[in-house]
Design a protein around this ligand. Sequence first.
Ligand code: F6R
Length: 315
Amino acid sequence: MLEVVRKFPEQVEEALAIELNFDIDFSKVKRVVVAGMGGSAISADILSHFSTIPFHVVRDYTPPSFMDENTLFIAVSYSGNTEETLSCFSLARDKCQHVAITTGGKLGEEAENVIKIPSGMQPRAAIAYLLFPMAKMLSNAGFMNIDFEEMIYNLKSNREEMEEMAKEVSNAIHGIPIIYGYGVMGSIARRWRQQFNENAKMHAFDFSLPECNHNEMEAWEENAENITCIFLREKNEMERIKARFDFMKEEYGKKANIIELYAPGKNTFSRAMYHMHVGDLASIYMAEKRGVDTEPVNLIMKLKNVLSQHSRSSS
Ligand code: F6R
């Protein structure tokens, strides 16, 4: 897994080179709905922060009822066989223009417009292929404006720094990590949590500011010696967000270890990808520290099997 994850910058380049051959009339598109789960859905979460038109992410069996002929529906599933995503796809395909991002599976067979991505990886390790073809398609359509070159340059020129940061973070974590971020860094915090869960097989939680200041914060009245906080920060964050982080640092710091991380990069997207890659690496170092294998996701697969037996026996 480590070797695959280390190639993230090159995978981004490959992913951006994937040809987008399909027949979509983007002039009709007024909103985007993306259906996906887990390692596939997080790509859409991240991109939702950069969209100039309404952008909705569904992690469920049913897409929103507002979908119509002006909606671009994107089904993203690495395997192409995830039942929630397939369910949304079957309900959306006749209502709106659609694109599927997948390695194949049932989704690959049934979708009219397919962005085919390389197979043979764990979905969560294929984030470059799940995210960047979608980003390119939506940028080409004028729905987002992302400086891909700067982002790749930022990743390539900071490889050692990212490795170092990831090692330091994994060494510093004790107990349960709680990751906090604002805006897109809130989605990156979610990605960190997912990667700790799946790669390092450990509990982790994520929260977005400012919402967590209205609920989760009260839990800090309790003891927290078994928690490590990770703050994904931005140098140029809004004053109000800075004040919130400073308050949290002061209060939570009385009870738990706080790790504050800043990323280089000329824009928020570039810094988000930096933070994401550090988290991906940190989750692998965390797995090493815990002596667990990053690859298998036994319980996820076991449940998928149980559910597929269930649908076979009830059909
Ligand atoms: C496994 C992983 C999972 C899957 C999820 C959905 O590596 O990251 O979170 O992404 O179970 O499966 P796919 O991506 O095949 O639709």
